[in-house]
Design a protein around this ligand. Structure first.
Ligand SMILES: [Zn+2]
Length: 80
């Protein structure tokens, strides 16, 4: 039994290409890396630009500090 076509599974956008947000090069939709400036790129957005992927190491540190601050505030003010 063959898998057949999967409509709407992945790319529902009308774009056939995405643009590198760093150097405006047109890239294939499935590209994960710009072949001109070598930067990582994400999925295409509504405007046809590739998303800039998160810098997880920096974000994780920031999220950790925000969570720690929330816990600290909760612990200090809202705990019965
Ligand atoms: Zn690029």
């Amino acid at each position: 039994m063959s898998a057949g076509n999967h409509y709407g599974e992945e790319e529902t956008q009308s774009h056939m290409t995405k643009k590198c947000p760093y150097c405006n090069t047109y890239l294939p939709l499935r590209a994960t890396k710009c072949n001109v400036c070598k930067k990582r790129v994400g999925r295409v957005d509504k405007l046809g630009f590739a998303a800039k992927p998160f810098d997880w190491s920096g974000y994780l540190v920031a999220i950790f500090f925000i969570l720690a601050l929330c816990v600290f505030i909760w612990w200090g003010f809202f705990r019965e």
